[in-house]
Write a protein of this length. Sequence first.
Length: 220
Amino acid sequence: MKYDPDTQLSLNLWQESAHTSHLQVDQLSVPDAEITLYHSYFTVKESDEILQRLFMEVNWRQDKIKCYGKEINLPRLTAWYGDIGKNYTYSKITMNPIPWTPVLLWIKKRVEEIAQVSFNSVLLNFYRDGKDSVSWHSDDEPELGKDPIIYSVSFGGERKFQLRHKFQKKLEKIEFNLTHGSLLIMKGKTQEYWQHQIPKTTKLVMPRINLTFRIIKCLT
Ligand SMILES: O=C(O)CCC(=O)C(=O)O
Ligand SMILES: [Mn+2]
């Protein structure tokens, strides 16, 4: 199933929910999920500056994972920022957060304006080109507790975001693009019932940075 941003309603998957001044908002209409997409939550000017600053200022790291006994590089660079003490284990990698920086605090404040919750951490992914990706997973690590609230913002090259239901195999895969300055919200049962990924692409794509704001429930 394909979501065409030029068509408001594509295959009845998306229900237009609101137009808050300049913001175009779409609510995904699928079972067992609460997914909302703001196409341009940040202006182009804001997004350009944020992209540049994150690229320069974030302490990007190349993590490795074990695959069939071999160590391989994760196909993206990552970073973990947040309140001190909020450790997080992801793909068997434990990360200690780096303290918030001014640009990250600024983005956090902007997303919290509509989130009505306060985030204590953010995972950053840097996709250098189309070979970088994140494979099928749910953001369901125990530290996130039940029904995690994920606010995901994207800057830079547009990439395809895909979702598949974990149990109802007959449900078609959903896909749409995450654009420069977009905000994707996943909450409720989304992580319990759905997996998501950013697939690799052979298309020429610009570098992209994604931030997923999260609430770590317990100290580890
Ligand atoms: O890059 C994205 O849009 C998704 C990243 C993601 O799923 C994650 O960090 O858990
Ligand atoms: Mn994820």
